[in-house]
Design a protein around this ligand. Structure first.
Ligand code: CUK
Ligand code: CUA
Length: 693
């Protein structure tokens, strides 16, 4: 392995900025000894080396591969192979049989990719979706700091649609018409972007009900709801008292509440008080009513939070966290060797709210769930703090509802928490019933419904399949529960199995959302795509079978995979489903309501607008309402008036509104931007703005 010092430094800096919740930031940034000095305990030794050493190696490893991405190197089909060796610190230790199997499976797939773009030997006909055929599943992938949701068909991995959530987007006219632009401006707080991480689809009786998808905005502390009838964002809640809503999940079985997990600690309210007093900063989880999207309550806790998941029986909700030190620098956040999984007792929190045991901050009830809170004394504490190894990252509840499994991130283990035991034990520690050793950098865990957990290891670049009941039986630190491991390319964050978040996962497909694609695709400049890899996991004898690599635009974090039979998307709009009036043929009008206000009601159809000309006076305030009167699905129109920055997309039977001031005199062609028919280019109307005298 060679190391280019500059590349290494740069890569480390970029890794730090790029993804705050990866283990990368614990790498080169501080001398390895610092933990020694500052912490109470010795740093953990893995294979004779400290975690810091391994993280540093990992950074160097990435840098050296980056260095090799010249034209010749990129063509070499076996460029991955050195990486296999480098990443295989645990390879020999994992057991020869399992190791050899995963190694071979990985190589076969890599080589086969050269000949067959749909994947390796595992990509047999049964996982193919021929042109014109439909997929079995919808995958809803978050779009990271694009602020959107992507809809992908599985197993084809074809991208079917994008749903803008926190950002204006012109193809769908989102944020351009009155309704969606007001939502972004007002409820959404007027930010121009967001950072979606955790899309979760609503459930009834622990199964997908096809109503809504909820997603967080890690950037600006918001939660949004997507209507899955229209695949359109229909509500945004700007959450007070926190910066950054990271984890997102629901109270199950029936989506009684939606939770947003606050990450960054800030003064509450963040209005200029306590700026210099980090001790006074706080971090909250937020419970939101899924129907109204109003904040019901918040619970303040000690330390940062990170990811979250709800139990299956409605009582518990779990959040991982880091920075129990409540530091503000990376060094300060690494002083202790413990962090916590917080178990929130939802009915106990409701009791506290109803009893008035809260402080109202920024208009919402904030319940004190910090360790020293009086509400955490007695036999029904509202939050139980389960200590785990440093910085647990992902957490997910097993389909049977028995365990919450937290992934170690900076520790090679996952922590298995017995959910029923939480209420029984005196010391929350006693609810930890398993701690299998998974590999380096475990981040997220998904389930197949057959008793297996699948955990991504960011540093080892693997998906590790293990048996969680076996982990309960095994000694802490044992690798025995591991039944298979498969290389991924490279550095996976989340992974998701079909319907993994429900009580009955489908158990056939799994996607590993890999942060780095390195040399897997044609080079496209210095910002690389990420790599979403599809595995078939339905055959336990065959193990994990890599089927497909899909480059993806930065950067999906999490996903939900829903069987197609559980959604029923609309083919055209139902005019009862929006508040404004549809403009039918014959109802068109241009009305001057006063000296400077004009109301236009019009329609669009192949290949014309209701009016070939619209005459306005300079300075008019114009209210334009327009319906697409087509009833045929897939005949979409739009109206663009570019010089006035107007762009409304109109699905069949949809009606949109916009208001603008005609402050530029001249002739402006309004045109249809959706290619709707042979006479699409002729579909236009003249906007004549006569100059003010
Ligand atoms: S996080 Cu990014 S890979 Cu926001 Cu769920 Cu772990
Ligand atoms: Cu209507 Cu193009």
């Amino acid at each position: 392995m060679t190391s280019h010092p500059n590349a290494s430094d740069e890569r480390t800096a970029r890794a730090d900025e790029q993804h705050d919740d990866t283990p990368a930031d614990a790498g080169d940034a501080k001398p390895a000894g610092e933990t020694d000095d500052a912490g109470d305990d010795e740093p953990e030794i893995v294979d004779g080396r400290t975690i810091e050493h391994l993280l540093t190696d990992h950074e160097r490893d990435i840098a050296s591969t980056a260095e090799g991405t010249d034209a010749t190197a990129a063509k070499r089909p076996t460029l991955d192979l050195p990486r296999l060796e480098l990443g295989r610190r645990d390879f020999m230790k994992a057991g020869a049989a399992v190791g050899a199997m995963s190694g071979l499976a990985g190589c076969t797939s890599i080589l086969a990719d050269e000949e067959d773009d749909s994947g390796g030997a595992a990509a047999s006909g049964e996982h193919k979706v021929a042109p014109g055929e439909h997929d079995e599943y919808y995958g809803f992938l978050s779009g990271g700091h694009t602020g959107e949701i992507r809809v992908v068909g599985i197993p084809s991995m074809r991208e079917l649609m994008r749903i803008p959530v926190f950002q204006a987007e012109s193809a769908r006219g989102f944020g351009h018409d009155a309704k969606t632009s007001e939502m972004l401006e007002e409820e959404g707080g007027g930010y121009t972007w967001g950072d979606t991480h955790h899309p979760r689809v609503s459930q009834t009786d622990n199964d997908y009900d096809g109503r809504w998808l909820f997603v967080n905005d890690k950037a600006n502390g918001r939660m949004a709801r997507v209507d899955l009838e229209y695949f359109e964002t229909d509500a945004i809640t700007n959450v007070p008292n926190c910066q950054g809503v990271h984890g997102a999940c629901m109270q199950l079985p029936d989506t009684q509440l939606v939770f947003g997990v606050g990450e960054f600690r800030v003064p509450m309210p963040n209005d200029g008080r306590d700026v210099q007093s980090p001790d006074e900063y706080g971090s909250v989880i937020t419970a939101i009513d899924p129907e109204t999207m109003d904040v019901e309550w918040q619970v303040e806790v000690d330390g940062n939070m990170d990811n979250g998941d709800g139990g299956k029986e409605g009582r518990w909700f779990f959040a991982t966290g880091y920075n129990s030190e409540e530091g503000v620098t990376e060094g300060e956040m690494a002083r202790s060797d413990r962090d916590y999984v917080k178990a929130f007792d939802i009915p106990a929190i409701w009791d506290a709210v109803e009893a008035g045991n809260y402080e109202e901050i920024s208009g919402v009830p904030v319940v004190d769930g910090t360790m020293d809170s009086p509400l955490n004394e007695g036999d029904r504490p509202i939050v139980r703090y389960v200590a785990t190894p440093k910085s647990p990252h992902g957490i997910s509840v097993t389909p049977d509802g028995n365990y919450a499994i937290a992934s170690g991130k900076l520790d090679p283990s996952c922590t298995v928490i017995d959910i029923d035991a939480i209420a029984e034990v005196d010391d929350p520690q006693e609810s930890i019933v398993g701690q299998p050793r998974i590999g380096m950098g475990p981040l997220h865990t998904a389930y197949d419904g057959r008793g297996h957990a699948y955990t991504t290891t960011f540093i080892d670049s693997e998906v590790v399949k293990w048996d969680y009941e076996a982990a309960v039986e095994a000694e802490a630190g044992s690798e025995e529960p591991v039944v298979d491991r498969h290389d991924v390319h490279y550095n996976p964050g989340h992974l998701i199995a079909a319907e993994s978040y429900t009580a009955s996962p489908q158990g056939d497909y799994l996607i590993s959302l890999n942060k780095l694609s390195k040399d897997r695709f044609l080079p496209v400049g210095p910002i690389h795509p990420e790599n979403d890899q599809l595995f078939h996991i339905g055959d336990d004898d065959a193990g994990l079978e890599l089927i497909k690599d899909k480059p993806s635009y930065p950067e999906p974090h999490d996903a939900s995979v829903v069987h197609k039979d559980k959604l029923d998307p609309a083919k055209t709009w139902d005019t009862d489903d929006y508040e404004i009036d549809y403009v039918a043929e014959g109802e068109e009008s241009i009305e001057r309501v006063d000296d400077s206000t004009v109301e236009i009601e019009m329609w669009a159809r192949r290949n014309e607008y209701a009016f070939p000309d619209i005459t306005l006076q300079e300075g008019d305030e114009v209210h334009l309402r327009i319906s697409n009167i087509e009833t045929t699905s897939d005949v979409i129109h739009s109206i663009a008036i570019p010089q006035y920055d107007i762009n409304l997309a109109l699905a069949p039977q949809d009606t949109r509104e916009v208001t603008f001031t005609a402050d530029k005199p001249g002739v402006f062609w309004a045109y249809c931007a959706y290619f709707c028919s042979a006479l699409h280019l002729e579909m236009r109307s003249r906007i004549l703005v006569e100059p003010d005298e």
